[in-house]
Design a protein around this ligand. Structure first.
Ligand code: 2P0
Length: 511
């Protein structure tokens, strides 16, 4: 399949080009560093990887891109300087933009400002293409989901598909030949003490691009056959380390994964060596610090520079060992969400971070909303199908909207807020009961343990538009049909759906 066919398929529903924001489009995307590397493609046209990979985004380090339709030819400006149109940078950008021009005479002015060193092994193409696709989404008001934007960013550069989120991000390789199942997903884990140190030992450009190096490895390195197994194992270890906040496991596994990637490159024909003597000196210094019980590890991309991994508690010692280190706080700008912890009687007992709450199965307060309408005397319920990128219960059908109240927020107020954020519906809601349920969520290591307040509301008979990052589809279903549908295929619905629906059924009987 060609890139253009993928773009057409994704843009067909948005009437691309019918709206252009006259003041342009703008977006920021963070750079990312892979803890479990992407190395080797099964499809070079679509940048489809042989294996999955996992990265951490670099907080405020990344690219901001502004794009506007204008002029008779493209103009690209990088950090205030106009880029020559025959440079490889400009040609790669032009080739990507050609996929999105609504007419052959559409031209752009693009201004990119990057806070990562360009071409020094800091994934500048990752944040560059990610910021560009987000800016295009803004320019043309496509309002695509992050999952769709991740697929489009991948067409520019593989690792760009991971740069659409903060924090830890996993790119699932997928199996589909056209790559519609090959996109990234955030892990939603918050680790504020984690630090990354960018250690630049050389600013010179790479002798061989990672694009060429990864394919040479795949074609000629004898141990590449073992790589998928290595990645499978390392991914599992890294995810366990993240979920349990086990720094040593995370950093040790990431370092070993990077070393394995470079070992494979030593076996290619001709061999590839991205390291310079300063790289090895820096690694030796890291090993020596570890002997002194200072917990510092490294990862290395396709270049001589290193990214050090450590925790805030060791920050000062590590900076004094590497005075030129650029300190990155990956979670500095990440917004975390706190939930209200409760006891069995729904009395507030504290607050905790959302992902940790679900990981530790702590009992917390939640709500489920059902929006109803009357069609010729029959009651219909508005269902949503959860977006593919949701942190749990992705792709399952459920009630109109669910969520959690924030600390100091009344549950009824939170329900109204969330209904508008997810479904674009504003209406009065009535609480019809609450219940406690606890269930391990399928395909995750998360547990829902909630006191769920059930609300119903009458559809205001107004147009509404859903948030594509939350909801991929919706449907009105007559309530009797809905019960039958659920009984025929309960696995298509979320675990809380039916117990919550029973409150609605009871309520309708009473009236
Ligand atoms: C990674 N790297 O996972 C790996 C590890 C470098 C080392 O992804 O050809 O610029 O555009 O898909 O994304 C660099 O490769 O390659 C990269 P293309 P990309 O971060």
């Amino acid at each position: 399949m060609q890139k253009i066919a993928v773009v057409k398929k994704i843009l067909q529903k948005v009437n691309h080009g019918s709206f252009v924001n006259s003041s342009g489009g703008k977006a920021f995307a963070p750079s990312n560093v892979a803890l479990c590397k992407y190395w080797g493609k099964r499809d070079q046209e679509l940048n489809l990887p042989v294996t999955s990979s996992l990265s951490i985004s670099l907080g405020a380090k990344g690219a901001t891109t502004y794009i506007i339709e204008q002029g008779t030819h493209d103009i690209y400006v990088l950090n205030g300087k106009v880029i020559a149109t025959d440079s490889s940078f400009a040609m790669r950008l032009k080739g990507y933009l050609d996929l999105f021009r609504p007419t052959p005479v559409t031209n752009y002015i693009i201004e990119i400002s990057a806070t990562v060193p360009i071409a020094a092994g800091f994934a500048s193409s990752a944040c560059g293409f990610a910021a560009l696709i987000l800016a295009l989404d803004d320019l043309y008001a496509w309002k695509l989901s992050k999952q769709e934007l991740s697929i489009l960013a991948r067409l520019g550069s593989g690792s760009a598909c991971r740069s659409l989120w903060d924090g830890f991000v996993e790119w699932q390789c997928g199996v589909d030949a056209s790559g519609f199942d090959s996109y990234a997903k955030p892990l939603h884990y918050y680790w504020p003490d984690l630090r990354i140190g960018a250690l630049v030992v050389s600013n010179s450009a790479k002798k061989i691009s990672s694009r060429d190096a990864m394919q040479l490895t795949l074609a000629t390195a004898s141990s590449y056959a073992d790589w998928p197994k290595v990645v499978e194992n390392d991914l599992a270890q890294i995810k366990t380390a993240i979920y349990t906040q086990d720094f040593k496991l995370l950093a040790k596994t990431s370092e070993a994964n990077a070393q394995k990637m470079h070992e494979m490159m030593a076996q290619t024909n001709p061999p590839i060596n991205y390291s310079i003597p300063e790289t090895q000196k820096a690694k030796d210094k890291i090993f020596a610090l570890r002997k002194k019980d200072i917990s510092v590890y490294f990862t290395q991309d396709a270049g001589p520079n290193l990214q050090l991994l450590f925790l805030q508690q060791d920050q000062e010692k590590i900076i004094s060992a590497f005075p030129n280190l650029e300190l990155i706080e990956p979670f500095h700008i990440t917004k975390t969400e706190n939930l209200i912890l409760v006891d069995e009687h729904d009395t507030e007992i504290g607050i905790d971070e959302k992902m940790r709450t679900h990981f530790l199965a702590e009992l917390h307060r939640a709500f489920s909303i059902f929006i109803l309408r009357d069609r010729h005397g029959k009651i219909e319920v508005l269902l949503q199908k959860r977006a593919a990128g949701k942190y749990h219960s992705a792709n399952l059908w459920t009630n109109t909207c669910c969520g959690h109240p924030r600390p100091n927020e009344e549950v009824a107020i939170a329900a109204k807020r969330r209904l508008n954020e997810e479904m674009g519906i504003v209406c009065d809601l009535k609480e019809v009961g609450k219940f406690h349920y606890k269930a391990l969520l399928p395909e995750t290591n998360l547990t829902e343990n909630e006191i769920d307040h059930v609300f119903i509301g009458k559809f205001p008979e107004k147009e509404f538009s859903v948030n594509p990052d939350e909801v991929q589809d919706f449907a009105w279903v007559e309530i009797g049909e809905l019960v039958k549908n659920f009984q025929a295929a309960p696995s298509k619905y979320t675990v809380w759906f039916y117990p919550a629906l029973e409150f609605v059924l009871k309520q309708l009987e009473v009236n």
